[in-house]
Write a protein that binds this ligand. Structure first.
Ligand SMILES: Cc1ncc(C[n+]2csc(CCOP(=O)(O)OP(=O)(O)O)c2C)c(N)n1
Length: 542
């Protein structure tokens, strides 16, 4: 008979989880002890629960398994909140294990006590407080199932410290049967007809295809059916961006010309995407509530369909299942109309990716840095991106091609970039990993570089230094010209910080310094590049 803490660890391992991220706390000593000496699960000790959470999210995005974070009660659980929000918005399976106050003190306003079901009730898919060690196995089963099915997302499990050390007879349960649903044959037949006959079809593909095999299945499907596709927000790595059928992404604000063309689609097939704010351009594409074109929506989660936009065909299943059911077209869907449609989409995409050269003398336009990184990106690279205006060109000019990966916070959470790179380095030590981060976001987290140092990860960090929260400054300049407040700051010496974490440091102060960048990023060891980034290049009045 083991303890409930041991059962938690055994349950994680039984479900293929081989790594947890943590900041220790006195309220979960029993769980920490259960991790002691285990060769089958790696305990990554972090310096802040937000960073630990972001690492777990990035890890989950690379493995498809839940990212797990163990934190202390009250303060630890509060620090982890941003990761929960991100896991929810980014549709990432995520488990937050919290050591709760002792069972006898629960709901007594005890030291560092929080009722997590209230705190996280609106964010988490499920929030459990386990007061009976006999229910630990069942709780773990449900936690993993809930985090991974439908729209994946965060679950929270709070366990009182004395329950963690209590004995239990429970046995860990390994992976359950996958929840599978299939489209009914009549719907498959109808969709086949629509796909064959549409003059201007468009596929909008989303997060559910970010699964093992998803990219290959998607590409093959689009090619077989001659279908152009756009990807949901920050999901550029689902398809080769230079492919003739790649029509771009749904970003923060797509150009009006492109949207005019997209509006002409006569069939919109949404594959594994939720039709949320940004992907629908603020609920304007397609038309609310009854889309102007035929809408077929395929998602494993029924609550993702028909929430804002009325679908003409609603299929609740994994998009890979539907693609398999569709099979190949009876004949290659071609014709003059479809060829013209593909040309029109391609014309708009070319306009978007065209380089935008600006002449400035206050530093380097960060777009030039991103373009150079894109041109020299190794075929198996992983790029992690923080939130900020420096990142905007990443989504435009880097022509991602699977297996290259883009790990960017879909929720737009600053502080994601560095921890994501560290987690990627731990998970994929042989792949080149580049992190792009602003000087604002770098100091929101950044301490995760201690883990990179400890684990000897040869990360490449490219820091955009403009002494500004420029994304916000741009909006102030636009909406309150000349009245910017709170968006300029003084920085510490980032070179010293980089060196302190064991990185070689390179400074890029002008365009002419840029030529060394490809060589620096190709070095074997950890590299920290500080770019003096131009603000004038992003000034809205230009
Ligand atoms: C955690 C968090 N806090 C605040 C914001 C709002 N926000 C979005 S971008 C941004 C500024 C980013 O600054 P920096 O990292 O320096 O990049 P820059 O925009 O200057 O390129 C802020 C404050 C956010 N997205 N996330």
């Amino acid at each position: 008979m083991g303890t409930a803490g041991e059962l938690i660890v055994d349950s994680l391992v039984a479900n293929g989880i081989d790594r947890v991220f943590c900041v220790p706390g006195e309220s979960y000593l029993g769980l920490l002890d259960a991790l002691y000496g285990r060769a089958d699960i790696d305990t990554v000790v972090c310096r802040h629960e937000a960073g630990a959470g972001f690492m777990a999210i990035a890890d989950a995005r690379l493995t498809g398994r839940p990212g797990v974070v163990c934190v202390s009660r009250g303060p630890g659980a509060s620090n982890a909140a941003i990761a929960l929000h991100t896991a929810q918005q980014d549709e990432v399976p995520f488990i937050l294990m919290i050591g709760q106050v002792a069972a006898r003190n629960v709901r007594r306003d005890s030291f560092q006590e929080i009722d997590y079901r209230q705190m996280y009730g609106a964010i988490a898919k499920w929030c459990a407080e386990v007061t009976d060690p006999a229910r630990m196995a069942e709780t773990m089963l449900r936690a993993i199932q809930t985090a991974t099915t439908g729209t994946p997302g965060p679950v929270v499990i709070a366990v009182p410290e004395d329950v963690l050390t209590a004995p239990t007879h429970g046995a860990p349960v390994g992976p359950q049967a996958m929840v599978r649903a299939a489209a009914v044959p009549a719907d498959v037949a109808m969709l086949r007809g629509w796909l064959e006959n549409a003059a201007r079809p468009l596929v909008l593909c989303g997060r559910s295809l970010d699964r093992p095999g998803g990219r290959e299945v998607l590409r093959n499907f689009l090619e077989q059916w001659n279908l152009p596709a756009v990807v949901s927000f920050r999901s550029q790595d689902l398809l080769p961006n230079k492919h003739r059928l790649y029509a771009g992404d749904m970003g923060l604000a797509n150009p009006p010309d492109q949207m005019m063309v997209l509006r002409q689609a006569d069939l919109l097939l949404v594959l594994g995407a939720r039709l949320t704010d940004i992907t629908t351009q603020g609920y304007t594409y397609p038309d609310l509530v009854r889309p102007q074109m035929r809408l077929a929506h395929v998602h494993a989660d029924p609550s993702a369909i028909g929430t804002h936009f009325a679908a003409d065909l609603a299929v609740v299943c994994d998009p890979q299942e539907l693609i398999a059911a569709l099979g190949a077209p009876a004949q290659w869907p071609d014709g003059v109309a479809r060829a013209k449609w593909l040309d029109a989409l391609e014309r708009e995409r070319r306009k978007i990716v065209a380089p935008r050269r600006v002449d400035v003398d206050d530093g380097v336009p960060f777009e030039d840095v991103v373009a150079l990184i894109g041109q020299n990106l190794p075929p198996d690279a992983i790029v992690t991106v923080d939130a900020g205006t420096f990142g905007v060109p990443v989504y435009r000019v880097i022509p991602f091609t699977p297996p290259q990966r883009l790990l960017a916070p879909i929720a737009g959470a600053m502080g994601f970039g560095v921890p994501a790179a560290v987690a990627a380095g731990l998970r994929e030590p042989a792949r080149p990993i580049t992190c792009l981060v602003g000087d604002g976001g770098f100091l929101m987290t950044g301490n995760e570089l201690a883990v990179a140092m400890e684990r000897k990860l040869p990360l490449k960090v490219v820091l955009s230094e403009n002494c500004s929260y420029a994304s916000i400054w741009i909006q102030q300049e636009r909406d309150y010209p000349g009245r910017a407040i709170g968006t300029m700051f003084m920085n510490p010496d980032f070179a010293l910080i980089g060196r302190a974490f064991g990185f070689d440091v390179t400074r890029i102060k002008s365009r002419s310094d840029l030529e060394i960048l490809p060589d620096v990023l190709a070095q074997r060891g950890p590299q920290f590049v500080i770019v003096r980034t131009s603000l004038d290049a992003v000034r809205p009045t230009r």
